[in-house]
Design a protein around this ligand. Structure first.
Ligand SMILES: [Zn+2]
Length: 415
């Protein structure tokens, strides 16, 4: 089976759960096995606090480490250690919140088309000197951590509830208009790198996609420096766009969720501007209450995996309007319906999925064999290259000796 035929297979079955899982990377049996193994490993050593005993949390660490359980465990334990050292659970909202927002326009603003929180930074407008006057690097980093915590415990659960599927990552837009090497000082770069490190080490896989827009020549030079400090997995999720960014952004975000200064239709005129009010389903009290009821403190627990599966595979990707959503009772009823739907269509779809699964597993095996063979061939070729180099050297030596002998003979004749 060729790559093209796999692709065709996926497209043909685009309505089945499996293909959606491949495309979206949401859920599959193999992932569940990895998560279970990691979970058992952590539990056996009493290293899994209840708060993090969560399918999606463990999955994020596994994904970040390419499903290497030992490395994922190490990363997870480093995260726990860091949380303790920095007393992350005790970080409160900073007093200078409003002042920080004024010299560094940024904030969450609605959701993308999939239902993920949309986060926007107008990093080109940052006044770093002023930021350091009203706050400090240390305090700003703490503020960033508190926002990440809020996203995990409040924004994702609320978005999941509204979108009726698991939401565990953010779509971000950084407007870098006017930003370049000259006006992004070393302290600014250090702050950016520090935050990148925290995000990729302790909040892995929470970035869905980052669009950097209005990137000019100055920014592209700066980007070369910043890029060097970032993980390859993160870089793969970043698109650097120039001034013609709008059509790309609108593929991911509905204009009503995009502020007018980025080409959308939202002005949030009633509340003083788009980036000031943390607009999104998480600020709706009924929704945030209901999501707490369903998801507990943060995200879904292990016991809810079956619910999660049904929920994630819900075919309707459209989010219902916030106003129509009933609080807790409505959500539970919806979950019940989803479970039923899932059970009804199970057998036929499962058979089809298993077939596709088998074919893909076979292909993986085939490619792994092929890769092993390539490695062997490469090794043999390298050996051959060495042999040839030796042979050439020996021939050259013979040539030199012959030339020397000739010279000596000539000298003798002349004498
Ligand atoms: Zn707005």
């Amino acid at each position: 089976m060729s790559f093209k035929s796999i692709d065709r297979l996926i497209r043909r079955n685009s309505k089945t759960k499996l293909s959606r899982n491949i495309v979206d990377g949401i859920y599959d049996q193999k992932e569940e096995q990895y998560v279970q193994s990691l979970r058992e490993l952590l539990l056996a050593n009493n290293q899994l606090p209840e708060k993090f005993d969560d399918y999606h949390v463990l999955l994020r660490f596994l994904k970040m480490r390419g499903f290497n359980i030992v490395k994922a465990k190490e990363m997870f334990l480093n995260m726990l250690k860091w949380r303790e050292e920095c007393a992350v659970d005790a970080i409160a909202k900073i007093e200078e919140y409003d002042a920080v927002k004024r010299c560094y326009p940024h904030g969450f603003h609605g959701v993308d088309r999939f239902g993920r929180p949309l986060y926007i930074e107008r990093i080109g407008l940052v006044d770093l000197n002023k930021l350091m006057q009203v706050s400090s690097t240390d305090r700003y980093v703490k503020y960033h951590i508190s926002e990440q915590e809020k996203t995990l415990s409040l924004r994702y659960p609320a978005c999941s509830l509204v979108a009726k599927k698991h939401i565990g990552s953010t779509t971000a837009i950084f407007d870098v208009k006017g930003l370049g090497m000259n006006n992004f000082s070393k302290s600014g770069r250090d702050l950016f790198i520090e935050i990148q490190k925290i995000d990729s080490n302790y909040y892995p896989e929470t970035l869905n996609q980052l669009y950097i827009i209005n990137a000019g020549a100055g920014f592209r030079a700066l980007w070369k420096v910043l890029k060097a400090c970032m993980e390859a997995r993160t870089l793969a999720k970043i698109q650097v766009l120039g001034t013609n960014y709008l059509s790309t952004i609108l593929e991911a975000v509905d204009p009503s969720n995009l502020p007018d200064f980025l080409g959308g239709t939202c002005t949030c005129s009633a509340t003083g501007g788009c980036l000031l009010q943390d607009k999104g389903p998480w600020t709706d009290q009924e929704i945030s209450q209901a999501s707490k009821g369903v998801f507990g403190k943060g995200q879904k627990s292990f016991d809810e995996i079956s619910t999660t599966v049904a929920c994630e595979n819900f075919p309707g990707h459209q989010e219902p309007s916030v106003g129509k959503l009933h609080p807790i009772s409505g959500w539970k009823r919806t979950l019940g319906m989803l479970l039923k739907d899932n059970q009804v269509g199970d057998t036929n779809e499962n058979i089809q999925q298993n077939k596709v699964n088998e074919q893909i597993s076979e292909k993986i095996q085939e490619l792994e064999n092929c890769s092993a063979q390539t490695q062997e061939t490469l090794h043999a070729l390298l050996q051959k290259q060495n042999e040839l180099a030796n042979h050439i050297e020996q021939l050259r030596k013979l040539l030199r000796e012959a030339a020397n002998a000739d010279n000596k003979a000539n000298v003798l004749i002349l004498k």
